[in-house]
Design a protein around this ligand. Structure first.
Ligand SMILES: NC(=O)c1ccc[n+]([C@@H]2O[C@H](COP(=O)([O-])OP(=O)(O)OC[C@H]3O[C@@H](n4cnc5c(N)ncnc54)[C@H](O)[C@@H]3O)[C@@H](O)[C@H]2O)c1
Length: 444
């Protein structure tokens, strides 16, 4: 079966979730465009969006409609060409509406897994739970045809394990979109020793069709993205714990978060990033990595304690950020204090003595959002990090140790075969985490 035929019957499982809804959008757009292409006019397309949450599926339909409108508005020139034979479509508004209707026409939503039995390709984005994923794949293996391809969005579970436990015979590949899938360009492509070569080729072609940048990763729990992020986060936690005796829990969280955002010129501090991903998700990925990676203890008692206290981070269904290490009210407004079990306001009384301890930022510092748009950012970063290396402040010492650890993690990922090259590690951090420089660099 060729890829064009596979595109005619596609499914998404967990379609109403954070990642699933973005994947559903990308596929709705792609199938909508294929339907209008010269070859596509002779074919029929079906996209089955499955989730156990019926109400969330209603929300998904509204989300798709709204996003398709934005997509069509940005692509009116192309759509006008595709609708060239439709004399009835004159105004842009008519073309946009026609595309929304045509694209949504391929979509069906369902809560029944059985509805996916005729799909040629299934994209899965259900919860990061090994037993649940194995159970679903086990059922899919029984109900789908022997040629169906499976694309799992897991961010940590070994693909070979899912393949083996569900008896998929090499028909599953790791297809790790980044959040949000419709916006993020990066796609980590994870193949196990069993993944069929034809599926790898199809995976690359689909990524090209969806305008994604593919970085390959080997099948080791956590892959490249979480392989770096989780260890980087554990380093942040251990540095924070070391400072805690001197400045208290909240002070230490504040300081390390500042080091990782300002001194390292990253888009977010490490504790903000853990909150964004979700402390619960961090704990879950940590657990999976610890289970499958033998030569390293990957665990954090602190993360377990925060979860016991229901300090979880993550986002609400409207996309707003929930409190975790930090509280968010028009920006970061407070820091969690484990010692008091409450949040401490980030006012000058709290921050000034801590900022003083860290010392001034090295010369040449520019915030991430400014440097990100600067054509001369590489030279400016090199000059800034040279100044950082010469500084003798607490902030500079913490930042240098952080850079060193981040580099060690990157080099370990290459040495242990998770990533093929240093460029692949750097590429994931640059494209998936919006860092301005890769962890494997000459700055330390
Ligand atoms: N959130 C991220 O930043 C991110 C990034 C990359 C990869 N991932 C991976 O994507 C997957 C989904 O994560 P998410 O953050 O979108 O989770 P989510 O909780 O937002 O969505 C999961 C969806 O799966 C549905 N679901 C649960 N059980 C189901 C079942 N038995 N059958 C069908 N649907 C079911 C839920 O109703 C929900 O809509 C996970 O494997 C995760 O590791 C997440």
């Amino acid at each position: 079966m060729d890829l064009a035929e596979r595109y005619q019957d596609v499914g998404v499982i967990g379609a109403a979730g954070k990642m699933g809804s973005g994947i559903a959008l990308l596929l709705t757009q792609e199938l909508g465009l294929r339907k209008l292409s010269p070859d596509g006019r002779e074919q029929s397309f079906k996209l089955t969006l499955m989730d156990v949450d019926d109400r969330a599926l209603d929300g998904l339909k509204r989300y798709l409609r709204g996003q398709l409108r934005k997509f069509a508005e940005k692509n009116t020139v192309r759509l006008r060409e595709l609708y060239a034979d439709r004399a009835d479509l004159v105004e842009n508004a008519e073309i946009i509406q026609a595309f929304i209707d045509d694209a949504l026409d391929v979509v069906r939503t369902t809560t029944d897994l059985g509805a996916l039995s005729r799909n040629h390709m299934i994209f899965e984005a259900i919860l990061e739970n090994i037993d649940l994923k194995v159970k679903i794949y086990d059922q899919l293996a029984k109900q789908c045809g022997p040629e169906t391809y499976f694309f799992t969005n897991t961010s940590s579970i070994p693909i070979g394990l899912l393949d083996e436990q569900a008896g998929l015979g090499g028909r599953i590949i790791g297809y790790h979109f980044y959040n949000p899938p419709a916006v993020q360009k990066l796609l980590e492509l994870i193949t196990s020793s069993k993944t069929r070569p034809d599926l790898i080729e199809a995976g690359k072609q689909i990524a090209a069709d969806l305008k994604k940048k593919v970085i390959p990763a080997n099948d080791v729990a956590g892959f490249i993205g979480n392989g770096h992020f989780i260890r980087d986060g554990l380093h942040g936690i251990s540095e924070m714990q070391a400072l805690r005796a001197e400045v208290g829990f909240a002070g230490a969280v504040y300081m390390i978060n500042r080091i990782t955002q300002d001194w390292l010129i990253r888009p977010m501090g490490i504790f903000q990033l853990i909150d964004y991903v979700g402390i619960d998700v961090f704990q879950c990925i940590l657990g999976v990595m610890d289970r499958f990676i033998d030569d390293e203890k990957l665990h954090s008692d602190l993360i377990d304690t925060l979860m016991d206290k229901d300090v979880r981070g993550g986002q609400r269904s409207d996309g707003s950020q929930k409190s975790g290490f930090l509280r968010y009210e028009k920006g970061i407004s407070a820091v969690y204090d484990l010692d008091r079990g409450d949040y401490v306001a980030l006012d000058a009384v709290f921050t000034e003595p801590l900022d003083e301890k860290l010392g001034p930022l090295p010369e040449g510092y520019l915030p991430w959002r400014v440097l990100a748009r600067d054509r001369a950012k590489d030279e400016k970063l090199a000059a800034y990090f040279a100044n950082l290396a010469k500084s003798d402040t607490l902030g500079a010492r913490l930042a240098l140790r952080y850079l060193q650890r981040s580099k060690e993690i990157g080099e370990y990922l290459v040495r242990s075969g998770v990533a093929g090259t240093p460029q692949d590690v750097n590429g994931v951090l640059l494209n998936g985490f919006y860092h301005l420089y890769g962890p494997i660099n000459d700055y330390v």
